[in-house]
Design a protein around this ligand. Structure first.
Ligand code: ADP
Length: 415
């Protein structure tokens, strides 16, 4: 049987998965993460589908993504010697304005994606270095790029633009939106398990270290809280979320901060960490009784409620809310605080179901159904890669995620 490897390279981490390809849907055999690439204390940890834990500390450290990938492949080859790697699927943060689907990676398409690095300098170069390392190790495997921006290419123009002179839009200064693989998974899952809701107006809250919300109609993205970069929208673990651009001008002009210093501030020192002064981790903040931890959580929930209301207005009403991501799937407290007093929007949370982390956490009489659905970005990547290897066998996977009808793309529909 053939297998697919999925790779998701961050600036200092590399998430990976190994999937087998039976005839209906890829099956995860092993998933894991290499952490602290390029600094002391690197680790590799993985879990197998039969319950084993693999990996551990890497004594000599891991210098770069090439080395990280070699560690991953050594682990896979050692633990799964019969694996026949037919394809490697890569999560690529930026596909630019044109890519609304996964693509086959060739030297030409890789060079074109390099050109997009200035749009996502903290992610794209690492993603692409993961691709190059993988091509070296698996020259015969199909290499597939899955873009975080692709799912949002169905946005109407009004939700895709900033009110800058139009030449900037033409130069690529647009609201791209991110977390698209997670939203695609949720959309496909709804199509299969709740087709009526999938055909309606849904807001998905992907709340993890990175956090965003997406408004969908017919399973397609109509609006997203993230924009040009993955800093916009909701506050995150260490990212500030929505910020008046005047703040950046002030920091540059009056405080003499450099681009690097502001980047460090907005991406790594803000969000839950900056507000609490304690931690970027929601679990730690929920356990803390410090006032700053409580205020950080309050701000997170406040912005999420605000974005929920804004997206409901964009959708022209609401049929369902889906919580996903580490916080969305696990924090009953955050879900409760976001949904409290939302009766005006048709949301009535079932307190007990929410505390029990049930799949449906709204009351039977709630006009809007509120759900918790664990996301699975790796499966989306594995499916995309599988379609390139066995287009006939896996073509139905396309149907699972495709919408009943596209929303208007010209701005004439929900704005
Ligand atoms: P990433 O964006 O890196 O994939 P995750 O989706 O794994 O992140 O989400 C990580 C966040 O989820 C952290 O803030 C973590 O504290 C939070 N989280 C995980 N489990 C819980 C829990 N039981 N209660 C509250 N927060 C949780």
């Amino acid at each position: 049987m053939s297998h697919v490897i999925t790779l998701n390279a961050g600036s200092s981490s590399l998430k990976f998965g190994l999937f087998s390809l039976p005839s209906d849907d890829p099956v995860a055999i092993c998933t894991g993460i290499v952490d602290r690439i390029g600094s002391a204390g690197a680790t590799i940890r993985a879990k197998t589908s039969d319950g084993r834990t693999l990996g551990g500390d890497v004594a000599d450290g891991i210098a770069d993504h090439h080395e990280a990938l070699n560690h991953v492949l050594d682990l896979i080859i050692q633990q799964f010697p019969a694996a026949n790697i037919a394809a490697v699927g890569h999560r690529i943060v930026h596909g630019g304005p044109d890519h609304d689907q996964p693509i086959l990676l060739t030297p030409e398409s890789l060079a074109a994606l390099d050109e997009l690095s200035p749009f996502a300098p903290l992610h794209q170069p690492y993603n692409l270095s993961g691709v190059r390392a993988s091509v070296e190790r698996f020259p015969d495997a199909v290499q597939v790029a899955c873009f975080d921006t692709a799912f949002h290419r169905s946005h109407p123009w009004v939700n895709d633009t900033f009110a800058l002179p139009t030449e900037y839009y033409d130069k690529g200064v647009r609201r791209y939106g991110f977390h698209g693989l997670s939203y695609e998974y949720i959309s496909g899952h709804l199509a299969k398990t709740a087709p009526l809701l999938h055909g309606g107006r849904v807001i998905v809250a992907h709340l993890g270290n990175g956090a965003s919300m997406c408004g969908m109609i017919h399973g397609r993205s109509v609006g997203s809280s993230m924009g040009f970069s993955a800093i916009d929208g909701l506050p995150m673990g260490t990212r500030c979320g929505q910020l008046d651009p005047g703040v950046v001008l002030y920091l540059m002009d009056q405080k003499g901060m450099s681009v690097d210093e502001i980047t460090e501030l907005l991406y790594r020192k803000s969000g839950l960490l900056g507000l609490s002064g304690l931690s970027s981790d929601m679990r730690t903040l929920e356990k803390s009784d410090s006032g700053s931890a409580r205020r950080a959580i309050s701000y997170f929930n406040f912005r999420a409620r605000r974005e929920l209301g804004a997206l409901a207005a964009v959708l022209g009403g609401l049929d369902a809310v889906v919580f996903t991501g580490g916080i969305g799937e696990n924090s009953a407290l955050v879900r409760e605080r976001i949904c409290v007093n939302m009766g005006w929007l048709g949301i009535e949370l079932d307190h007990d179901a929410n505390t029990d982390h049930a799949r449906i956490i709204s009351t039977p009489l709630s006009r809007v159904q509120v759900m918790v659905i664990p996301t699975n970005e790796e499966l989306v990547i594995a499916r995309a890669a599988a379609r390139f290897v066995y287009p006939h066998m896996y073509e139905t996977l396309l149907d699972k995620a495709s919408p009943a009808a596209p929303p208007p793309a010209d701005g004439s529909g929900p704005e």
